[in-house]
Ligand binder design. Structure first.
Ligand code: FAD
Ligand code: SF4
Length: 508
């Protein structure tokens, strides 16, 4: 053996740079299920099962192609607990210290590998459209790093939905059309589900035995675990769900967990699908006249815009990004995030669905669980660990900027130009949660008032100095100042009541 070739659980792509560079005749592929990776936050059992099963399928496919693979199972005797430990073990076995790897998606692992007594060659991860150098070049000298401008560059670079130099349809962004609330629709398809095969069943038993106590339900397990299955999921989405993606992107329904969302992020993030491939498929549907432009553009923007942009930010900002706390929030994450009782129907639903599916769509993450945590002043570090643990698609390079930056404003406004906070009105408008809630969204004060209504103003007052001058928030401060004083007092004391209950561990 000449070199070890490291392939991690989120690098399951045939075209991975380390695999392209490796030599089938003389290199050994190292894949390992290690406790450190499954255990550094209490991952959802479905997420662990997805990654382990996809790894085992991928390893089998590599072997079938003729590669030599040294694969360590979680329960193998003598298995080390860390990636570096496994590399060292294989290195000793084969008397080799040279390692070929593709850049990892987390500072913690990059540092561990860099500090290891091995000679590691890290290749760029070119499964992304924008290299880290290209992102830095784009960011250099800009006062603000707005996603919208970055996105236009990515459109030009990929040629997706372009007509020469101009954006298709004459506009870069059709988001304006994408704000419709949804209604129950019995005919709406659901995302594609797959029946576990023998390999997956074996993994499910292992995960049940080892991680059965983690937050989250393991069964039923329906995720795709191979590239072939993931491609079928993509095809199904493109044919049956994409057309409504734009219109209902921000909608939430208690009876429909997925609406028109693709649920492709778990597959994209572990490497079973490629971003350009899925966007090209989406573009084709639009070109064939089968889906409207706002659906195709909206979807493509999420993938070549947001997804690439947050990765650029994560690596540009450096390892301390997850520790940022610009607003100085320090409240413990309320127990209801781990399934504890709550009277707030919206939060209860988002968490219950998270427990069952290891999935919630963007607006549930941003405007329900994220919004509540931000209004309540929850420690962003604790919230970050929660998002990283509970979603099947959560890997730090994409989760942290979404949580720390977009959702919690803890990076001081690098990603979001203003904090994503709202009163209950937004949730009432975009969902059917409020009709079944113990609180009243119409009530602005009093015992039964929606906690979002109370906490919204408390947040605004707490951070008045910082946000008053923000042109997009000034109007809110003027509204507050016009309210009569008794009402303002009642709002703030109502908010205090909610916060005290959270601190006392009482049900909110
Ligand atoms: P769709 O709605 O179908 O969107 C299509 C694709 O666009 C997604 O598959 C995803 O790859 C991409 N995308 C959409 N929005 C974003 C975004 N803001 N950032 C990056 N990619 C995006 N996404 C993750 O992949 N992993 C995470 O750990 C993660 N954590 C998040 C935490 C918070 C607090 C918030 C607000 C958002 C987070 N997101 C994360 C972004 C987004 O919520 C998910 O990508 C999306 O819900 C995945 O479901 P989907 O595949 O059905 O998406
Ligand atoms: Fe959520 Fe408030 Fe609506 Fe209840 S009333 S579902 S807490 S927004």
């Amino acid at each position: 053996v000449n070199r070890l070739v490291l392939v991690l659980g989120d690098q399951l792509s045939e075209g991975l740079s380390a695999l392209r560079e490796a030599d089938m005749d003389s290199d050994l592929i190292v894949m390992a299920e290690v406790l450190d990776e499954t255990g550094y936050v209490p991952h959802h059992p479905k997420k662990i099962a997805l990654v382990l099963s996809a790894m085992r399928h991928f390893a089998a496919a590599l072997e079938a192609d003729g590669w030599r693979v040294a694969y360590t199972r979680l329960d193998d005797e003598g298995a080390s607990k860390t990636i570096v430990g496994e590399l060292m073990r294989r290195g000793q076995e084969h008397e080799v210290s040279e390692v070929l790897a593709t850049r990892l998606g987390e500072w913690r692992l990059i540092e561990a590998l860099e500090n290891a007594p091995l000679s590691v060659t890290l290749l760029p991860d070119d499964r992304f459209i924008c290299s880290l150098q290209a992102f830095d070049a784009w960011a250099e000298g800009r006062k603000e790093l707005r996603m919208e401008y970055f996105y236009r560059e990515m459109r030009r670079k990929t040629g997706l939905m372009m007509e020469g130099e101009k954006p298709a349809g004459g506009k870069w962004n059709f988001d304006h059309d994408n704000r419709k609330p949804a209604s129950e629709d019995m005919l709406r398809s659901a995302p594609m589900q797959f029946t576990p095969d023998e390999t997956t069943e074996e993994v499910l038993d292992l995960v049940e035995a080892r991680f059965g106590d983690n937050f989250g339900e393991l069964r039923p397990f329906h995720f795709a675990v191979t590239r072939g299955q993931a491609l079928r999921a993509l095809d199904h989405f493109a044919k049956h769900l994409l057309a409504g993606f734009g219109d209902y992107q921000d909608a939430m329904l208690q009876g429909d967990r997925f609406l028109h969302h693709s649920v492709l992020s778990p597959y994209l993030n572990i490497g079973l699908l490629d971003p350009v491939e899925i966007c090209t498929r989406v573009e084709e549907e639009w070109k064939a006249g089968r889906v409207p432009i706002n659906a195709a553009e909206g979807f493509i923007r999420q993938v070549i815009g947001w997804r690439e942009y947050v990765r650029g930010i994560y690596f540009r900002e450096g390892p301390d990004y997850t520790a940022r706390n610009a607003l100085g929030h320090d409240r413990d994450l309320p127990w209801m995030y781990w399934g504890g009782e709550t009277r707030m129907n919206c939060v209860g639903h988002a968490v219950a669905q998270t427990r069952e599916e290891a999935y919630a769509h963007h607006i549930q993450r941003l405007m329900v669980t994220g919004n509540f945590a931000l209004l309540a002043g929850v420690d962003p570090g604790q919230l970050h660990e929660w998002y990283l643990a509970v979603y099947a698609d959560a890997f730090e390079w994409v989760e942290a900027p979404n949580t720390i930056g977009m959702s919690q404003f803890a990076d001081g406004g690098i990603i979001a130009s203003k904090p994503y906070v709202s009163s209950g009105n937004y949730i009432a408008k975009m969902s059917d949660y409020c009709g079944n809630c113990a609180y009243s969204v119409k009530d602005k004060v009093g015992e039964g008032a929606c906690p979002f209504n109370l906490l919204f103003w408390d947040f605004m007052q707490r951070h008045r100095e910082r946000f008053e001058g923000n042109p997009r928030m000034g109007q809110m401060y003027r509204t507050w100042d016009r309210m009569d004083e008794d009402k303002r007092d009642a709002v703030l004391s109502g908010a205090r009541r909610i916060l005290d209950r959270l601190d006392a561990g009482e049900v909110v």
